[in-house]
Design a protein around this ligand. Structure first.
Ligand SMILES: *Cc1c(COP(=O)(O)O)cnc(C)c1O
Ligand code: SF4
Length: 401
């Protein structure tokens, strides 16, 4: 039997996006320069209307964005929008909509209780052995569902001032911290010099085993991933990185080559997606996304149920949709391609895995479970008594129920 190299019809038909698109007249030198991309971001309603025919909901959303979360879209990312489609999944992620101004009852400004777990400005210390270190409140483009929209872009006058030295001192003084996760905002907006300094300081701390970076810059602004930056990561490694891709269209030739540069500099790559209604709440879309991620050397890490951030209910999808997607991936495609579906517990309980249930029943002497095709299998329980079953994940509680 001959397998074609690319077995997925959606990937053999669709070309991965690349190039200057609407900005075809711009010099390559400018286009490939990350500060040019930042300087030429679309940040106002009038700029946006030059390129795109807006719906009423979007126009109103842009008028109000300044008081919730600013709008910014890099020219590179803007090109990914299908301008003929008002429901384009890229468009839904970055163009403000009036629905963002509606706060449903369960929504919160700080949905995962970060401010309560913050011993010094910029540090969130929820798990004993690792911290989140917020180093900036700015991003290359702004995601309308951002869980940190209370502070990111500073539209709500949160006035976040990253106190890098205070954060470093806190990490130095707490020897239980073995893993530091740089986030923000987007840490890769810091200059090479600052990143080199910060990573150097962190890697000098004896109890810090490695550093991770959470960044959407490879997606919004792949031009930022320069040989100089990659060399900084190589020098201070192990540095791990989680990127944030939600839809296969975001997997561009430019993102792929940024990921290659990072991988070749020794940076293991993961991806975090947020389950978003109309963007990726569909098995075929997610399947195409995770396949493309593996082709870019990126391992799908988490699929997040959308946090209860204010003004996000129009983008929120059901838990059952997330479970159906995981059930549709597990066993049906490469194990590496399957992310862990999680809910970041409202109020600050941390990330909790939510899994489809394959266990049908546990009796006194066997466990009965279904495989990916729904076929039933059995496995004997050693010892044959309830007492021998450890209560891992509440498994013993299922016995004889
Ligand atoms: C997500 C997160 C981490 C990292 O969690 P992992 O499951 O290890 O990736 C650490 N601290 C905080 C506060 C977080 O929100
Ligand atoms: S890149 Fe991350 S921090 Fe920035 S707006 Fe998007 S989700 Fe928020």
């Amino acid at each position: 039997m001959i397998f074609k190299f690319n077995m997925y019809p959606e990937d053999s038909k669709e070309k991965w996006f690349s190039g200057k698109g609407l900005w075809h007249e711009v010099d390559d030198k400018d286009w490939n320069n990350w500060s040019w991309q930042l300087r030429n971001r679309i940040t106002s309603l009038s700029q946006l209307e030059e390129y795109l025919e807006l719906t009423h909901e979007e126009r109103e959303g842009c008028r109000l964005a300044y008081s919730k979360l600013s709008m910014a879209i890099t020219p590179f990312f803007f090109n990914l929008i299908d301008r003929k489609n008002a429901n384009c999944p890229i468009r839904l992620q970055v163009i403000p909509r009036v629905e963002e101004m509606t706060t449903s009852q369960e929504e919160m400004l700080d949905p995962v209780g970060e401010d309560e777990h913050s011993p010094v400005a910029g540090i969130v210390h929820r798990y004993p052995d690792r911290v989140l270190f917020l180093v900036t409140d700015r991003c290359a483009s702004y995601c309308r569902y951002c869980t940190r929209s209370r502070m990111v872009s500073n539209a709500q006058d949160y006035n976040f001032h990253p106190a890098l030295e205070d954060g470093l001192a806190y990490i130095e003084q707490n020897s239980s911290i073995r893993d530091v996760l740089l986030s923000g905002g987007d840490p890769l907006l810091l200059s090479d010099r600052k990143l080199d300094y910060l990573l150097g300081r962190l890697r000098k701390i004896p109890h810090v085993e490695f550093v991770r970076i959470g960044s959407r810059i490879p997606v919004f602004l792949p031009q930022r991933i320069t040989p100089e930056l990659s060399e900084i990561f190589r020098k201070h490694g192990p540095v791990w990185m989680s990127i944030h891709v939600n839809h296969p269209t975001e997997c561009t030739v430019e993102l792929k080559s940024a990921c290659e540069q990072l991988a070749f500099s020794g940076v293991p790559l993961g991806n975090q997606s947020v389950l978003l209604r109309g963007v990726n709440d569909d098995l075929m879309v997610m399947k195409s996304l995770v396949h493309r991620l593996l082709m870019m050397r990126v391992r799908p890490y988490y699929l997040y149920q959308c946090d209860l951030i204010t003004g996000s209910s129009h983008l929120r999808s059901d838990i059952s949709t997330g479970l159906d997607i995981i059930r549709g991936l597990r066993g049906h495609t490469t194990g590496y391609a399957v992310p862990q579906f999680v809910i970041d517990a409202p109020g600050g309980g941390g990330k909790v895995p939510i899994n489809p249930d394959y266990v049908e029943r546990i009796s006194e002497n066997e466990i009965v479970f279904k495989n990916f095709l729904g076929k039933t299998y059995r496995y004997p329980l050693i010892g044959g008594t309830i007492g021998h079953v450890p209560n891992i994940d509440g498994i013993r509680d299922k016995i004889l129920t």
